[in-house]
Design a binder for this molecule. Structure first.
Ligand SMILES: [Fe+2]
Length: 303
């Protein structure tokens, strides 16, 4: 009798141990699959096409096409090879204007990878410059993101000077007008909201009645644009669409004031629209799930 009971206990323990081991390996496999899936999908570039209608769009700009890229994050994980593929896609898209809404490079946070990969701290400004030399586009506008301003004035000014050298007009709290015949639309751009942002200065020379597009890295700029500012369109990035977009969870980690509203995509405002681009590159961890990298192609119609 004693021997049979002892065998039963041993068998039960063995069964439990096996089940526990199975669950442990299953969990590890799921985590590895999740990471592998995200790593493979990090460069799964998509192009989002949208048409936006505005009753007050000047007639001459009916059909005007803007291509937007954002958050390239040139870095150890976001290579020139991948960024060249992005440029090829951008070059192939019909457009009247290209806009780049910040975080072209990854800032000091990249030190994270230097512990394991000494080459992680490469010259990311040079990488952006080499890649953007291949851009075929007419007018090109850019604004700086937090990562572009994170590493101090020297890097920031070098990046701006490289972009300007390549014919990309960097809007640092100022505006430009684009004209077609007698008609114009205004583009106002700001520095990053954590650094030298000044939306009032950016809009200072824009007449109230002008059709206005604001370029700013963070969607937080909307907090400063009540209906009285009459901005038709805000183009921004910064959120990466969550990068790993877990419903009800990922927006808690997005450093903006209203992540539930501005996680990604088009937001209809009381006056005008905001579009939040999911970005091209990745930050900290080189994977994306549920938030593929994005090039946006916007067609504006008068309607
Ligand atoms: Fe970013």
């Amino acid at each position: 009798m004693e021997t049979r009971s002892a065998r039963k206990i041993s068998s039960a323990r063995g069964g439990n141990w096996t089940r526990r081991r199975f669950l442990k390996y299953a969990f590890r496999l799921s985590v590895l699959s999740f990471i592998g899936f995200g790593f493979a999908g990090r460069n799964d570039l998509t192009t989002e096409h949208l048409t936006l209608r505005f009753p007050n769009l000047p007639k001459a700009f009916d059909g005007f096409r803007i291509v937007q890229i954002s958050d390239l994050h040139a870095s150890f994980w976001v290579t020139e090879t991948y960024l060249n593929q992005v440029v090829d896609r951008v070059n192939a898209l019909p457009k009247d204007l290209l806009v780049i809404t910040g975080d072209l490079i990854t800032g000091s946070v990249n030190d994270f990878w230097k512990r394991w990969f000494p080459s992680a701290g490469g010259d990311h400004v040079a990488a952006i410059s080499a890649v953007f030399q291949r851009l075929h586009a007419g007018p090109k506008l850019a604004v700086l993101g937090n990562h572009d301003q994170w590493d101090g004035k020297k890097t920031e000014l070098r990046l701006v000077s490289e972009l300007e050298r390549l014919g990309i007009d960097v809007l640092r709290n100022r505006s430009v007008k684009l004209s077609r015949g007698e008609e114009t639309i205004a583009f106002a751009g700001t520095d990053d909201i954590w650094f030298t942002y000044d939306i009032d200065r950016a809009l200072r020379e824009v007449p109230r009645e002008a059709f206005t597009v604001v370029l700013s890295h963070s969607p937080d700029v909307r907090e400063d644009l009540g209906p009285e500012k009459r901005v038709e369109l805000v183009l921004c990035g910064h959120t990466h669409g969550g990068q790993v977009a877990v419903p009800y969870l990922s927006h808690h980690f997005i450093p903006i004031k209203n992540p539930a509203r501005y996680l990604a995509g088009l937001v209809r405002e009381p006056y005008g629209y905001t579009y939040v681009n999911r970005g091209i590159g990745t930050l900290v961890f080189p994977f994306r799930i549920g938030a593929p990298p994005e090039i946006t192609s916007i067609r504006m119609r008068r309607a």
